[in-house]
Design a protein. Structure first.
Length: 343
């Protein structure tokens, strides 16, 4: 069986490729990735020489290139991780988000129709549901919660979701969609909260917490997300959406304090800075559908996952050092240099 994994040089896609090659060694995995700032070929070094793995540098918006690859490889399954994924970048420059996340998805689905793939899976996010209030801990996102987005990023992901479900209804393309909560783990790009705080703390640099740090995210270890997608591919119902999350809600400030504690760094590094525009307050997934229908449950507790993640960053400086010393420096200066310190 041949599976095309797009965005496989990024955080979750690379973890998914490692997972898939381990769990399904008889399959052929094709990674299609444009290698944007967020894609790192060195991440895939451990699998690059495997005979059943192929890397193809390609933009998912490149219709001719995508069709040629599908014609050559005749994939049975396509899993689309490729996306612009950072909310702060979408607030600065929305257009590339619309291009990659919406147009790219349509190009992949057109090729999937043309070459008769058995399943097209769209990797989506809980952010398409907008946010929940902090004073209603009884509320959770279900698959029936209305789409109600806040940022250009989440709007582009919501557009892609709607398009995916429309391709099922209109053309009968066999699709599934998963909407997962915040992931953490190895190979997470340093612009995101957890790796950014680990790396800054290691350098005794300020830890920039947006607003009051009371926003809540629902954290899931990346491998649990990969296993959920595997189950959806094996046993999920086409045309359906599955929420994925482990009931692990934490306030940002508590995560940052925990990282300080684990690394033996003082909390005085914490610096409150100007809030993100349109900042979502709380995400919280109700995962009962995927549990009930597919038997999925998270396996990694946050206390273990965060320990493993911090250890991974301590042991893999060679992975993140080149990233933070390149173009990322300009990004950091642009995003954080102008943020007013609130304390
Ligand atoms: P990431 O930014 O780490 O990786 C994205 C990958 O996509 C990179 O390798 C990049 O090179 C590639 N890419 C970007 N534009 C492309 C294009 N036009 N053509 C081909 N490749 C392109 O992202 P991530 O955190 O691994 O997220 C992967 C997917 O999961 C995204 O669709 C995201 O919306 C979704 N998601 C992420 C989270 C999370 O917490 N990180 C949670 C839920 C859902
Ligand atoms: O420097 C920071 N300071 C800070 O307080 C950064 C980078 C973030 N934050 C806050 C903003 C959020 O409330 O931490 C929280 C997490 O921020 P991000 O890591 O940027 O993630 P988030 O905006 O929650 O989105 C993530 O989860 C859903 C992924 O980036 C998305 O791709 C995914 O869809």
């Amino acid at each position: 069986m041949t599976i095309i994994v797009t965005g496989g040089a990024g955080f979750i896609g690379s973890n998914f490729i490692f997972y898939w090659l381990r769990e399904h060694p008889e399959d052929r995995v094709i990674c299609l990735d444009k290698l944007t700032y967020a894609g790192n070929l060195s991440t895939l070094a451990p699998v690059m020489d495997k005979p059943n793995f192929r890397f193809v540098k390609l933009d998912i918006c490149d219709r001719a290139g995508v069709e040629a690859l599908f014609a050559e490889e005749k994939p049975e399954i396509v899993v689309n991780f490729a996306a612009e994924s950072h909310v702060d970048r979408s607030i600065e420059s929305p257009e590339i988000f619309l291009q990659t996340n919406i147009i790219g998805t349509s190009v992949l689905m057109d090729a999937s129709r043309k070459y008769g793939v058995r399943r097209y899976h769209q990797v989506s996010t809980d952010e398409v549901y907008g946010d929940l209030p902090l004073d209603r801990p009884d509320l959770f996102f279900t698959e029936e919660t209305p789409i109600h987005t806040s940022s250009p990023y989440s709007s582009s992901k919501a557009g892609a979701d709607l398009l995916t479900l429309a391709y099922y209804r209109t053309y009968g393309l066999p699709v599934t969609v998963s909407r997962c909560s915040n992931n953490y783990g190895p190979y997470h790009f340093p612009e995101k909260l957890i790796p950014l705080m680990i790396i800054n703390a290691l350098h005794n640099q300020p830890l920039p917490v947006y607003g009051q740090g009371i926003n809540v995210r629902d954290w899931l270890y990346v491998e649990d997300h990969c296993r959920a997608i595997d189950l959806i591919l094996q046993r999920g119902t086409v045309g359906e959406v599955y929420n994925v999350g482990g009931h692990n809600e934490m306030r940002n400030i508590d995560i940052v304090k925990l990282i300080c504690h684990k690394l033996g760094k003082p909390e005085s590094l914490i610096t409150y800075v100007t809030d993100r525009k349109g900042h979502d307050m709380r995400y919280a997934i109700d995962p009962s559908k995927i549990h009930r229908e597919l038997g999925w449950l998270p396996e990694t507790r946050f206390s273990d996952g965060i320990k493993k993640t911090i250890q991974w960053y301590l042991e893999n400086e060679s992975w993140w050092k080149p990233i933070i010393s390149g173009e990322y420096r300009n990004y950091y200066e642009k995003m954080y240099g102008s943020r007013e310190k609130l304390s």
